[in-house]
Design a protein around this ligand. Sequence first.
Ligand code: SAM
Length: 199
Amino acid sequence: MKWFYELVYGRFRAPWDIGPRKELVELVESGRIKPCKAIDLGSGTASNVVFLAQRGFDVTGVDFAAAAVELGRKRAAEAGVRADFIRDDLTDLRHVSGTFDLLVDYGTLDDLSPPKRDQYLRSVLPLTHPKSQFVLYCFEWKPRWWERPFFHSFACEPGEIERRFGPHFDIECHSRSVDYSQWPAGQAVYLMTRKGESK
Ligand SMILES: C[S@@+](CC[C@H](N)C(=O)[O-])C[C@H]1O[C@@H](n2cnc3c(N)ncnc32)[C@H](O)[C@@H]1O
């Protein structure tokens, strides 16, 4: 899929280039998430990176598409904010180090195949510390029979996030909606907190 993202960011305006996501904005504006060291996993159009930087977060965007990193740097410069952008593969991180107080993922995990989702979690867990917060957006609904063959390349099944992340995070489902007259039929937003004692 990397070629797809290179093409979209290099040549078009991505359909998900719609500004910072409502739920993230609400969590920050309500004070549930406070300015801290943050990383956006699959930063794409950098809307969420720019929003967080404008709100005083020390923020890094990571994406495996060179065109996304270039677009992110351009968007941050246009907005007059400081943010770091790193080109790296979230299923095999080599260039990102340290831990972060906040992780954000809008639409990256759900884009991966199940084995790649396992690798993503193994790669991303070391970026957390006890009490790190993680805002995870994913397409999520119970697939219909005709969606089954290719379902896991664009959405998660209900319960999958709890199964994958539950051993490591306390999970709160911030919002979830499913409407089978639409496609994609559903989206869930999770606010997760890394288990363990803070130092
Ligand atoms: C649906 S887009 C969302 C982008 C961004 N979060 C936004 O809201 O604009 C998914 C993003 O994840 C990136 N991505 C997908 N797989 C990746 C991987 N294995 N490592 C790093 N980035 C990845 C893509 O390049 C793309 O920018």
